[in-house]
Write a protein that binds this ligand. Structure first.
Ligand code: AMP
Length: 309
């Protein structure tokens, strides 16, 4: 049975409150659609944690800068519904709003984009009066935040909006987007949201490539070369198991693999799992994070390494 689709935010909130009044708990899985097994694994996890699950499908203009791939972001809404139908058991509902930054009646005003001010597609589109943004100030700065300055501001803001509209008890995020997961966890702690945040393991293709909606934009040849990401992460982990603890050495192994496969490295970082601060020598749990371009596609991946010395 295909999931019911709710498009209006007031209707979404009414639905949610009606569920709660019947004593049901609500899980939320925020997505941008073009669902794959990685997304579905989060939905399955949410179904074990709450009575009903809302999957939001919304490509958020607030997290894309005007030069990024908002307009070419892949979508297949009817295919998404078919995939969800297969696992829903009548317990999955889809929230698919049209524009969560349009508050009605607002006249588009030109936003001042001068003075080196970094803006997202929300402001660049002329804005619709939206001017409130959530920033998780330190955690958002490193890793992906370096090359995508409005990204986490946009993510934290849209997730807050979804939390306020859906009012879930629990929300599931993929560790594929490790920094995003940690930022949402921190935001929920710092702002006292009454929502449990769960991080779910990375789903991979059989050959190791981390599943991503962007993978369809890789040519066969680029996809083959992109396997160097997961391969190099596994090599780094194996190296730690053999006693290597120097992060310079470990990063070198990864960079060599990526560059040897004609990848353009955005970053390779080894950071503390919670603070996301860079580590020089591995002494406790770290996460090794990679972002690299293959052709015109920027891919991210990571691996957690837990050691006790
Ligand atoms: P997206 O649609 O890319 O915004 O992703 C929606 C959610 O799915 C985020 O919490 C992602 O971290 C998660 N996700 C995406 N790909 C994977 C994957 N391969 N494994 C686990 N979670 C994923």
């Amino acid at each position: 049975m295909e999931p019911e689709v709710i498009r209006d935010k007031e209707a979404m909130r009414r639905w949610s409150r009606a569920m709660r009044s019947q004593g049901m708990t609500i899980g939320l899985v925020p997505t941008m659609g073009y669902l794959h097994e990685g997304h579905l694994s989060l939905v399955r996890q949410s179904l074990t944690l709450a009575d009903v699950t809302v999957v939001s499908i919304y490509v958020n203009p607030g997290q894309f800068s005007p030069t990024e791939d908002l307009s070419t972001y892949p979508s297949d809404f009817s295919g998404d519904l078919v995939k969800l139908a297969a696992i829903s058991g009548g317990k999955v509902f889809v929230f698919n709003p049209s524009n969560l930054y349009d508050y009605g009646g607002g006249e588009r005003k030109k936003v001042n984009t001068g003075g080196g001010r970094v803006v997202s597609c929300v402001e660049e589109g002329g804005g619709l009066g939206h001017e409130t943004w959530i920033r998780v100030e330190r955690l958002e700065k490193g890793l992906c935040g370096k090359s995508r300055p409005v990204f986490f501001r946009g993510v934290a803001t849209i997730v807050t909006k979804l939390f306020n509209i859906v009012e879930p008890d629990v929300a599931v995020f993929g560790k594929k987007d490790y920094q995003q997961w940690r930022i949402i966890q921190r935001m929920v702690r710092d702002l006292d949201f009454g929502i449990e945040i769960v991080g779910s393991d990375i789903a991979r293709e059989k050959d190791g490539l981390a599943m991503s909606s962007r993978n369809v934009r890789l040519s066969d040849e680029e996809r083959q070369r992109a396997l160097s990401i997961s391969r190099s992460l596994a090599m780094a982990k194996a190296s730690v198991a053999k006693g290597q603890t120097s992060c310079v050495e470990l990063k070198d192994i990864i960079i060599q693999q990526l560059v040897g496969s004609d990848g353009r490295v955005d970053y390779v970082e080894i950071v503390d799992q919670e603070t996301l601060e860079g580590v020089e020598q591995i002494k406790s749990g770290v996460v090794v994070c990679v972002a690299a371009w293959f052709g015109t596609v920027r891919l991210i991946d990571n691996i957690e390494i837990n050691i006790t010395l």
